[in-house]
Design a protein around this ligand. Structure first.
Ligand code: PMP
Length: 778
């Protein structure tokens, strides 16, 4: 739905941090906001009065598209007075804030595929403006030891035939670095010899400290002026961020092009703001020096505080109202066991643990840094800086071997392939011979699982499958004299074969070919185990999600789309319910009771279950994941990446939501503590789920009726969508062999089960967990 271009545009991180801080404040949390990008001073009284007067005089209509002549004149006069520059009215345009000036300027000069050189750290908006024009940003990292100033050599080295412009920002947001005249002249020398433009964003030019002098790039010579697009505005120096007035001065044809673009985007900036703008530029200027004096005092204070923090370096800014300390030395340290990996992790830590909002340096192209704004009261700064200093001191070196011992993996095969459930002995022998031969050609793993008394041996050359297998099941002895009930070969790397699974019931042999995904292996194992245990022990697999409540169990059974998982976690939120099994239980009859056993040590959960049960996020971090994204570079979720609140940045070993095929293996006992997930429960209630808007919420079923539904695998009334797949008898896709003899066994078993437990048709379209509780508590 969204264009490629728009998808690449990130949110403004400053707005986002501010929103988070505000949300926390609304919850009553005392957050100090050091993320602000605007002066905390009021707009000067005389300027406000001019705005009010404009309204009173009905100066409330469209003005000239490129700004009122009066305001252009005032801007031209200011440029003359401050920088000795001479511009004609047709070389100047007024826009809706400097952001808009920059947008129109870049749209006017940058063509598809053309390059704009941006020294980093840079103001977050620049690359997005270049993207929107179809251009390409070329970043040049500047060095802290050079005062974050671009050198002529660095500039020269990055100019190519595609270079259209250099985007300069002095004083800089976020570093506060300000170019001295000689430094600008050195750059001008390079610009003179090349066919490039300079877009010079001078919006902070009045906010400079220690009697530093700013120089407008255009003032470096008539030839340079012809190549310069000068940007300025009222937001910063006149504390007029909300009024939205920006200026551009530059060559006539560029200004004309911007005028055409502006004529179809914003038209003139607000008439009232323009009137106020005249007063700001032409009226008394003393408020600026008051503001500058105060900013300088605050900068000195914050810089002094930061300089005293061990291993933090902080460039002493000459302008703007930001400090940009390097906090790299604190990355890879941890709090409460969570390591800080980068500037987002640091921002998160400072917000949550120190209650200070700052902006992560990565947003400005410098991940080793954070941006601290001192555009807030001295009182807030004292509190905020104190908290930062203290929070940094609290960080501990990360323990080295903290990670779970196994690797999280991204499997090559993402989805389960088809199973051929009844291959003949001849085919089986051929497959097994092929698998054995292949396994013999390299290292392979072997492990016996004990699945409810049935021993299944896995032989595989995929270490990931081996890891999952060992984690998932209880162990059986691996003695040479113990004959497994069945064997599964999971062989990857067989040339010329599609990923698939085969099963032969006579010899209880499974072969899994060319898949490194655990799901099919687990399914094959469960199928093999039921095939054995039904005949040998009269124990049957019941596919469903089961919970225990004081020794009595309930099972949720149904096709896809019946909100099984959400009901399951909904019930689990009530501490009276305990996790029993999230996919399958093995059930035996004991007298009149049906005893259900959980046979897996671990729960194999879709990683997006987190959306239903937030507590899992924390547990997943200690589990083993499959098809999860472990490196931010591999994430394809543009939508999420734009949120810039990435779990990987905050030290999580993987992201659970980046892949729709993600699975995680966790110990169900982690959910509510040791012993909280019983292995056995006595099944008392079975809820056959359907999801439609009209059926009654609950209807109890007679055993025969229940068995008919179990056998068909279809619940009456439930609208099965295409995603649900074909109905599986007894809701069990792992049956593998559905011979008449076997179906008869199952029928008998389910009839007994429906006699031991009450079976309900439950409509999840109209009722939720509360209704289930009501029934079982009745
Ligand atoms: N340039 C820089 C470097 C800035 O920091 C800002 C505001 N954060 C702007 C331009 C835009 O200012 P405005 O649109 O409010 O005039």
């Amino acid at each position: 739905m969204i264009s490629e271009k728009a998808n690449r545009i990130g949110d403004s991180p400053t707005f986002k941090v501010a929103a988070k801080a505000k949300a926390m404040q609304a919850e009553g949390i005392d957050v100090v906001d050091l993320s602000l990008g605007e002066p905390d001073f009021p707009t000067p009284e005389n300027v406000k009065a001019a705005g009010i007067k404009a309204i009173q005089q009905n100066f409330t209509k469209y003005t000239q598209n490129d700004g009122t002549p009066e305001l252009k004149k005032a801007f031209i006069a200011r440029l003359k007075e401050d920088s000795g520059l001479t511009y004609a009215p047709n070389e100047v345009i007024v826009s809706t804030g400097a952001k808009s000036s920059l947008f129109h300027a870049i749209q006017a000069v940058v063509g598809e595929g053309e390059e704009v050189i941006i020294p980093a750290p840079f103001w977050v908006t620049y690359p997005h403006l270049v993207t929107l024009a179809g251009g390409r940003s070329v970043f040049i990292p500047t060095k802290e030891e050079n005062g974050f100033v671009l050198t002529p050599d660095e500039l020269r080295a990055h100019i190519t035939p595609a270079t259209k412009a250099l985007l300069l920002n002095s004083p800089s947001n976020p570093t506060g670095a300000t170019y001295a005249k000689a430094q600008l002249e050195a750059l001008a020398e390079v610009v003179r010899k090349e066919d490039i433009l300079v877009i010079s964003d001078e919006i902070y030019d009045k906010l400079i400290y220690d009697s530093f002098k700013t120089v407008s790039f255009a003032s470096l010579g008539e030839d340079i002026k012809k190549k310069t697009i000068l940007i300025n505005g009222l937001s910063k120096a006149y504390a007029m961020t909300g009024w939205r007035i920006g200026f551009t001065a530059g060559p006539v044809e560029i200004i004309a092009a911007m005028g055409r673009i502006q004529g179809h985007t914003t038209s003139n900036p607000a008439s009232i703001s323009q009137k106020a703008g005249v007063e700001a530029l032409a009226g008394p200027q003393f408020e600026i020096s008051r503001m500058v004096a105060e900013f300088q005092r605050r900068r000195n204070y914050c810089h002094m505080k930061l300089s005293a923090v061990p291993r933090v370096s902080c460039f002493k800014s000459q302008g703007a109202f930001y400090l940009f300390p390097n906090v790299r030395a604190y990355y890879d340290m941890e709090f409460n066991g969570t390591p800080i990996r980068n500037s987002y992790g640091m921002a998160y830590y400072l917000l949550k643990e120190a209650r200070v909002a700052i902006v992560p340096g990565d947003a400005f192209g410098a991940d080793d840094h954070i941006r601290i704004s001192y555009a807030t009261s001295m009182e807030a700064l004292e509190k905020g800086m104190g908290r930062i200093v203290e929070a940094l001191a609290r960080l501990k070196p990360a323990k080295k071997a903290k990670r779970v011992s196994f690797q999280n993996s991204v499997t090559r095969v993402k989805k389960a392939g088809p199973v051929e459930p009844a291959v003949s002995e001849a085919v089986r022998d051929g497959l097994v011979a092929e698998a054995r031969e292949h396994l013999a050609s390299g290292p392979f793993f072997e492990w016996n699982a004990n699945v409810n008394g049935v021993v299944v041996q896995l032989r595989t050359n995929v270490s990931h499958l081996y890891d999952f297998w060992m984690e998932n099941w209880f162990p059986a002895q691996l003695d040479s004299d113990l004959e497994p009930h069945g064997i599964i070969y999971a062989v990857d790397g067989l040339a010329g074969r599609e990923p698939r699974a085969f099963y032969n019931t006579e010899t209880k042999t499974g072969v899994l070919v060319n898949t490194d995904l655990y799901g099919p292996l687990r399914g094959l194992a469960l199928g093999l185990v039921s095939d054995v245990s039904e005949r040998l022990f009269g124990i049957h697999a019941l596919r469903g999600m089961s919970l225990d409540r004081a020794g009595q169990g309930l099972s949720l059974v149904g096709p896809r789309g019946t909100k099984k998982t959400s009901l399951f976690f909904g019930l689990l939120r009530d501490p009276a319910f305990r996790f029993h099994a999230n996919d399958v239980a093995f059930v035996r009859s004991s007298g009149k009771a049906a005893l259900a056993d959980a046979v897996e040590r671990k729960a194999y959960l879709p990683s997006d279950s987190v959306e239903l049960f937030q507590r899992l996020a924390h547990l997943f971090d200690s589990g083993k994941g499959e098809n999860v994204v472990t490196r931010k570079e591999d994430c394809q979720d543009a939508e999420c990446l734009r949120q810039e609140d990435c779990r990987l940045d905050r030290g999580a070993p993987f992201c659970y939501k980046a892949s729709p095929h993600g699975r995680v293996l966790i110990d169900p006992n982690w959910i509510a503590g040791p012993g909280s997930a019983p292995k056995r429960t006595t099944l008392r209630w079975i809820f056959l789920l359907r999801n439609d808007p009209v059926s009654p919420a609950v209807a109890e079923l007679a055993p025969e009726e229940a068995v008919r539904i179990f056998e068909s695998g279809e619940v009456p009334g439930h609208q099965t969508g295409a995603a649900a797949g074909p109905a599986a008898p007894f809701f069990n896709p792992h049956l593998l062999v559905a011979t008449e003899e076997r179906l008869a066994l199952l029928r008998t078993f389910f009839l007994r089960l429906a006699g031991s437990a009450r079976v309900f048709l439950f409509n999840s379209g109209t009722a939720g967990p509360e209704k289930i509780k009501e029934i079982i508590e009745a």
